[in-house]
Design a protein around this ligand. Structure first.
Ligand code: E4P
Length: 218
């Protein structure tokens, strides 16, 4: 299972990349706006920090302009994955870019039907948004279970299921339970994955007992 960071905060990316747990990064126009950074500069810096796929999203809605934007973005670095929306023009762009060997992440996926189209268009990744479905009272993780199951029926579907719009540690664990390929989560959730009060408590009592021995390993 791969972990991507869903952020444009370069300090978080640098810090967490050092743990060796970060396999890639996803961004979107809202994340770029929040970072306050120039889009191309930000993607260049992230690509130099994390060797894995870095998703950079087109903002145009029509095929011709999406292709022009993708041409700018894919020149930034070899590990850029072009993010396109799950629309007719987005999938047409996906098919073209994929046939040219460019990684594509098809975003804003909310149904199995959409996920099937993304796989047929040759996407490297499809991003179902579980949190936004949960917000509507629909079980987002059920969609992940369904897409993973459908993709397993077809050897020619190479698209990886990238769980997006992640709001909790439970989302990460469920994604693993259902066999999702990738999870992209905010830095805070990756940090929360490490935490348990019994780990802290156990560590404190080990330290206290070790002190009593008067020994030092080094
Ligand atoms: C990832 O690719 C998405 O852009 C992101 O996970 C969306 O998350 P949100 O629903 O919390 O905005």
């Amino acid at each position: 299972m791969k972990f991507f960071l869903d952020t444009g905060e370069i300090n978080d990316i640098r810090e967490l990349a050092e743990t060796g747990m970060v396999d890639g990064v996803t961004t979107n126009p809202s994340i770029v706006a929040k970072s306050g950074r120039k889009f191309v500069d930000l993607i260049k810096e992230i690509c130099a920090t994390v060797p894995g796929p870095v998703s950079a999203e087109v903002t145009a809605l029509d095929y011709d302009t999406m292709m022009k934007e993708a041409d700018v973005l894919r020149k930034i670095a070899k590990n850029v994955a072009i993010k396109v929306p799950l629309t007719v023009d987005g999938l047409r762009t996906c098919k073209r870019l994929s046939s040219e060997g460019t990684m594509v992440n098809v975003t804003l996926c909310f149904t199995c039907g959409q996920a099937i189209l993304a796989a047929k268009a040759g996407a490297s990744f499809v991003s179902p948004f579980v949190g936004r479905l949960d917000d509507l009272g629909v079980d987002g993780m059920q969609l992940i279970d369904d897409i993973v199951g459908i993709y397993e029926n077809y050897d020619n579907f190479k698209t990886e299921v990238l769980v997006a719009s992640v709001r909790s540690v439970e989302h990460v664990v469920s994604a693993a339970r259902y066999g999702a390929d990738v999870i992209t989560c905010p830095p805070s959730i990756l940090r929360q994955l490490y935490a348990h009060p019994l780990t802290e408590k156990g560590l404190a009592s080990f330290a206290k007992d070790w002190e009593k021995t008067g020994q030092s390993i080094l």
